[in-house]
Design a binder for this molecule. Structure first.
Ligand SMILES: Nc1ncnc2c1ncn2[C@@H]1O[C@H](COP(=O)(O)OP(=O)(O)OP(=O)(O)O)[C@@H](O)[C@H]1O
Ligand SMILES: [Mg+2]
Length: 407
């Protein structure tokens, strides 16, 4: 684009100059009338001055009498004050003034020499300016229309294809627009899905609470049984809302986490012993291998939630009498915690979906949960500039890997 604009402006100037040169030589154009007269007067003046130098102004005057016919319009008159612009003088300080024809000084005659270059320049620059305007305006108009469409809510609008071939700057602008539109579309879709899932998730406990209240009115004697059910539902909603609040806090890019120097092992150890305790009744053992110290800076509470949610999933979705392996190491560049289980895993296409809020798959059938655990874990890890990824394990099961920057 930059080169194109430069080329258009530069070729406008070059073509105007070339056309001048061509016209001057083709039409055999002479200098403008004004210049001709000035030149003629200058030659005449030096001629007459030669006469004045030898024979005084009388000799110059008589020479002028013979030359007069060859210089129509020019007059030579005595100049007693010696103040004329073009004059001859002799050694007795007597002067003659040379006057140019008055018609040569008219406004039109002054403009006339400029008319031709002006009209040629105007014509060429008009053609090239039209081209340049088209070159600049077309993509801008396309972008403007696209932005209007985006503002009206058509978030699927894309422009980069329409800007192909208009220079790398325009292509960059198109790509930037497309990625901004894609991000907006993603955010809007996520918000829509989150609201849909949230209302769906809250509806069941609310419906149960409504039914329980109705039943209590009819059968006050079943108070004890109903109360227990109601408490379960209320605490479930309470937990879900507090998890949603954490999620929304972590999703806010403006939110800064509180970083303190800590040892990841101090966080991991209590989680490991809780997990062993939780797995025991089902014969699930937790096996740990790795370092003694993993120093880093971060928010202990968030890191605790990330690791705990991931490890609790491994226990929850593992078959009875299986083993969950936890490996922690410093690979030189980052701290890495890997949690491997022998559970059912998920379908390959579900691997990336696992970290979206409210996503639950066949693996969690028959278990209670809201599908927020991994979403929180992922946001907590990314808030520490780390990454979390899931992959299927050879021989069955799932591997979740958390990578966190070292201190
Ligand atoms: N280790 C695992 N093995 C198999 N499936 C898993 C595993 N971890 C997660 N999943 C699948 O991913 C889904 C999302 O997990 P996530 O932890 O976000 O939610 P949840 O465990 O269902 O509910 P909660 O919010 O109580 O944690 C689970 O419902 C489950 O289907
Ligand atoms: Mg979970």
């Amino acid at each position: 684009m930059y080169l194109r604009i430069f080329a258009v402006i530069w070729s406008a100037i070059l073509m105007t100059s070339l056309l001048f040169a061509a016209l001057i030589s083709l039409l055999d154009l002479g200098p403008p009338r004004d210049t001709q007269i000035l030149l003629e007067m200058e030659i005449l003046r030096s001629h007459l001055q030669a006469f004045a130098d030898t024979g005084g102004v009388e000799a110059a005057q008589s020479a002028w009498g013979q030359l007069q016919a060859a210089h129509p319009g020019i007059t030579v008159v005595p100049d007693p004050t010696c103040s004329a612009r073009v004059m001859v003088s002799d050694d007795m300080a007597r002067c003659l003034a040379l006057q140019a024809p008055t018609e040569a000084r008219s406004l039109l005659s002054r403009l006339e020499p400029m008319l031709m270059p002006l009209s040629i320049g105007a014509l060429i620059s008009a053609v090239l300016a039209a081209g340049l305007t088209r070159l600049l305006i077309r993509p801008l108009r396309r972008l403007g229309t696209a932005m209007g469409a985006l503002a009206r809510g058509s978030l699927q609008t894309r422009v980069s294809q329409d800007l192909v071939g208009l220079g790398s700057e325009m292509a960059q602008l198109g790509t930037a627009f497309d990625s901004a539109a894609a991000r907006l579309q993603d955010l809007a879709e996520n918000r829509r899905r989150l609201l849909h899932d949230l209302s769906h998730e809250l509806r069941s406990p609310l419906a149960r609470l409504g039914a329980a209240v109705g039943l209590l009115e009819k059968h006050p004697d079943r108070h004890g049984q109903m109360m227990a059910q109601m408490e379960t539902d209320i605490s479930r909603m309470d937990r879900m809302i507090s998890e949603l609040l954490t999620l929304s806090l972590l999703t806010n890019p403006e939110q800064q986490i509180e970083r303190k120097t800590l040892d990841l092992m101090d966080i991991l150890e209590p989680i490991l012993s809780d997990a062993s305790f939780e797995g025991e009744p089902r014969g699930i053992s937790v096996h740990f291998s790795g370092e003694d110290r993993l120093p880093m800076t971060g928010d202990a509470e968030l890191l605790h939630r990330a690791i705990e949610n991931t490890l609790r999933n491994a226990i929850a979705y593992s078959p009875d009498h299986s083993e969950v392996e936890v490996a922690a190491r410093d690979d030189g560049q980052a701290l890495q915690i890997e949690i491997r289980d022998r559970g059912p895993g998920v379908a390959p296409e579900e691997l990336s979906e696992m970290f979206s809020p409210f996503r639950r798959f066949a693996s969690s059938e028959g278990t209670k949960g809201s599908g927020l655990g991994l979403a929180i874990a992922q946001r907590a890890v990314t808030a520490h500039d780390g990454a979390i990824e899931a992959r299927l394990r050879d021989g069955g099961g799932l591997i979740l890997r958390l990578r966190l920057p070292k201190a």
